[in-house]
Design a protein around this ligand. Structure first.
Ligand SMILES: [Zn+2]
Length: 314
């Protein structure tokens, strides 16, 4: 596929530019955290934070806010979620690619326990071909698709298989949520079993399991390694983040690396003391330069690799 579907319609993959691979504009994480700082629904503040990203060189971003992260039990926004994201793309001029799918089991609707795998897949195909939640805003990626624990639960496996089938039907890439364990390899096993070409798969949150053996194994299978809470970790963790990025580059695996910030809590916002959406395009570039990583290499990670991950083209 040489075109990429944004919330405003298809764009040429050549116009993708600097891309953060994993972000959220509006989301509600309170299904399994009691903390209200995990609700993002301030439209004006979101706009200001996104404009900082744009002014620092950001051109595109992938909003991986899947079903139930878009608000549950109550409305997150006045507008339908997908419509609100589209309006933000219009207002900011950013290319925003919005995700379809289901996050992880605590966020599943009860119906998933009763639906057949193909029925779940059909709904996802609808999100991609017709529009999300009854709108005409089309999803451009399947993700983030997660496993809650360090293993994949039975119903999560069903969702992974449905996602694989929706991918096989539509050609849209897949991004996962895998934390604090090598569970991303189990996710790849299921997707592979369903016939997915793993070069269309992005394994998320790889910095949360900071072991080179894990990252290199994902790359060996042809999938992408996403480091996507960059700038939100403490100083010690940040040192490790830089080390694991450097290890991958030194091992000749740069073509599998992707960067994101996964803004998902109010303290992540610049306005509340965090680094916002603009850390990768700003300070991180300088820090990587100091480690001997060149501007050309950073372009490969932030421009070329996202394009390859979304299209499957080299
Ligand atoms: Zn996320």
């Amino acid at each position: 596929m040489s075109t990429i579907m944004t919330v405003l319609g298809p764009i040429s993959s050549q116009s993708l530019g600097f891309t953060s691979i994993h972000e959220h504009l509006f989301l509600d994480l309170t299904r399994d955290t009691a903390n209200n700082d995990s609700v993002l629904n301030d439209i004006e503040l979101c706009y200001r934070e996104l404009m900082r990203y744009k002014e620092s060189g950001g051109v595109s971003l992938i909003d991986q806010t899947t079903a139930s992260l878009r608000g549950h039990d109550h409305d997150l926004l006045e507008d339908n979620h997908a419509v609100a994201v589209r309006k933000m793309a219009e207002k900011t001029g950013l290319n925003i690619i919005l995700g379809a799918g289901w996050y992880r089991e605590p966020y599943y609707e009860k119906k998933l326990y009763r639906m057949k795998t193909d029925e779940i897949a059909d709904e996802l195909i609808n999100d991609i071909k017709i529009g999300i939640d009854g709108t005409d805003v089309k999803a451009g990626i399947l993700g983030e698709i997660g496993s809650h624990f360090t293993w994949i639960s039975p119903v999560e496996e069903r969702v992974f298989r449905a996602v694989a089938r929706a991918h096989n039907h539509t050609g849209v890439s897949i991004a996962t949520h895998a934390v604090k364990s090598p569970v991303g390899l189990d996710q790849l096993d299921i997707l592979k079993h369903e016939g997915v070409n793993l070069k269309r798969v992005i394994i998320g949150h790889c910095q949360s399991y900071p072991h080179f053996e894990y990252h290199s194994e994902i790359a060996k299978r042809g999938a992408f390694v996403s480091f996507d809470r960059l700038g939100t970790t403490n100083a010690y963790e940040h040192e490790i983040d830089l080390k694991i990025i450097k290890n991958m580059i030194d091992a000749g695996l740069i073509k599998y690396i992707l960067f994101g910030q996964d803004v998902c809590r109010k303290p992540d916002y610049y306005a509340y003391g965090g680094k916002g959406y603009a850390y990768i395009s700003g300070d991180l570039v300088l820090e990587l330069n100091k480690l001997g990583i060149t501007a050309e290499q950073i372009k490969q990670i932030t421009v070329d690799n996202p394009r390859r991950a979304l299209t499957g083209l080299d």
